[in-house]
Design a protein around this ligand. Structure first.
Ligand code: NAD
Length: 421
């Protein structure tokens, strides 16, 4: 008999030894990679806890499978299961085309208010990479997941609302802008609450995992009241809520300036600041250069929705691409979290048993860590790293490696399972 994961009054998750975890198998290559991954999870949990813990998987439907079986792309029962059991995991889903159907991923994020999109980027030895020193890339991106220009408030060039909006801006808001005919309009939303809760989670993560820095990435130089405000609210959170654990560039600069005047005192302060998390900021375009030039300078990254979308994929490409990049969407307050492969359904390869299951496997690792089952998570990471290091890989890596052995999806999982100890 399984039990529910719940959120305690202290803001910490209560994870029973036999949690019920809903999963969506996913469309396209979803079943191949899920069936491989779940064997890895179950074996790692069994080996780590000597049978004392196990996950009770509960299949819930979404995507094409849901549509064929129930007529709905995202049945109400699926949403209620994720609400009820707090933690879930999913394979990739087909985005239904046309007909006013939203992306299923966006629907899930909105429904559960999963305000953090968490994307760790780390290189595993042997993984083919386009950069010279992929080992220098070790970052965790906290992407705001509910606001920004992605909030979905937009009007097409043909819509009456777009004309109305233009009239409103020109005549009531004194906007001085020459609109071209046929102009679509989208609205960028950035709130204090939305920014602070995201950046608060990023700073808390850095402190908990003893990471050196949080970089707030933004385009506040141009978009002052949205991205600029995001940055400022971030620094406000750092100074108001984490003063004992963080320091900001401003504090660092002040300490250095004081050094000239009162060296002993300033050195004392400098020592106090060392060992704390530095909270800094960087303009997004410069950041995209710097991750290529000096990736070691970055650890935790906090950014808005659109920047985060680009940044996560650019970083994923540096360490081996979407076949291996995991992700999660989390609401740290309610505890709701959905872990997911970041790639799509690759429909041409459905049922070929050839694709790389690493993205789902590492999403599962993130889930185990979130549950506090660190031993099982570490066991999987070690086995996966060794399997890749030995060049026994699926076709995506095989094509880019020399002297590698080509494995099917299921065989790759078998290799990992052999190494779980
Ligand atoms: P995709 O990620 O499905 O595939 C692009 C290419 O990446 C594939 O042709 C394949 O060569 C490679 N690839 C993807 N996953 C791989 C894996 N596990 N191992 C090895 N190679 C892999 O992107 P797409 O073709 O643009 O999208 C197909 C469908 O997936 C669309 O319906 C799209 O909306 C949906 N999608 C879903 C999600 C999600 O559910 N999170 C994310 C992106 C796209």
């Amino acid at each position: 008999m399984g039990e529910k994961v719940t959120m305690g009054a202290n803001g910490k998750l209560n994870v029973p030894n036999n949690p019920i975890i809903p999963f969506i198998i996913g469309d396209g290559i979803g079943p191949d990679i899920w069936n491989a991954s779940v064997r890895v999870f179950d074996t790692a949990v069994a080996k780590s806890y000597g049978g004392e813990r196990s996950i009770l998987w509960k299949e819930v439907l979404a995507g094409e499978k849901a549509f064929y079986e129930t007529g709905s792309w995202l049945p109400e029962e699926t949403l209620s299961a994720f609400k009820e059991y707090l933690i879930g995991i999913k394979g990739p889903l087909t985005t239904p085309i046309g007909g006013g159907i939203r992306s299923l991923n966006v629907a899930l994020r909105k429904e559960l208010d999963l305000y953090v999109c968490l994307r760790p980027t780390k290189w595993y030895e042997g993984v083919p990479s386009p950069v010279k020193r992929p080992q220098d890339v070790n970052m965790v991106v906290f992407r705001e997941n509910t606001e920004d220009i992605y909030a979905g408030i937009e009007f097409s060039a043909e819509a009456q609302e777009s004309i109305k909006m233009q009239q409103f801006l020109l005549h009531e808001m004194n906007v001085d802008y020459l609109f071209n005919p046929n102009t679509g309009i989208g609205i960028k939303i950035v709130s204090e609450e939305g920014s602070k809760r995201l950046i608060r989670s990023a700073i808390a993560h850095a402190i908990k995992h003893k990471l050196p820095s949080v970089t707030i990435v933004h385009k506040g130089n141009i978009m002052k009241f949205t991205e600029g405000a995001f940055k400022q609210w971030g620094f406000d959170v750092a100074e108001a809520e984490f003063a004992d654990f963080t320091y900001t560039w401003g504090q660092w600069e002040r300490t250095k300036a004081e050094k000239g005047q009162d060296a002993a005192n300033a050195e004392q302060k400098e020592a106090e600041l060392a060992g704390k998390v530095i909270v800094k900021d960087m303009i997004a375009d410069n950041f995209l250069q710097q991750i290529l030039l000096a990736p070691k300078d970055f650890s935790v990254v906090a950014t808005l929705n659109l920047n985060g979308d680009y940044i996560s994929d650019a970083l994923a490409a540096m360490v081996g691409g979407i076949g291996i990049a995991p992700g999660a969407n989390i609401n740290y307050r309610t505890g709701h979290a959905i872990f997911e492969a970041t790639h799509g359904t690759a429909p041409r390869f459905a049922n070929t048993n050839t694709m790389n299951p690493s993205s789902v496997i590492l999403s599962g690792v993130m889930m185990l860590e979130y549950m506090g089952w660190q031993e099982a998570a570490d066991m999987i990471v070690n086995a996966l790293s060794q399997t890749i290091k030995e060049k026994t890989v699926t076709v995506d890596f095989y094509n880019l490696m020399e002297n590698a052995t080509l494995l099917k999806t299921s065989e790759f999982a078998d290799k990992i399972i052999e190494k779980l100890k």
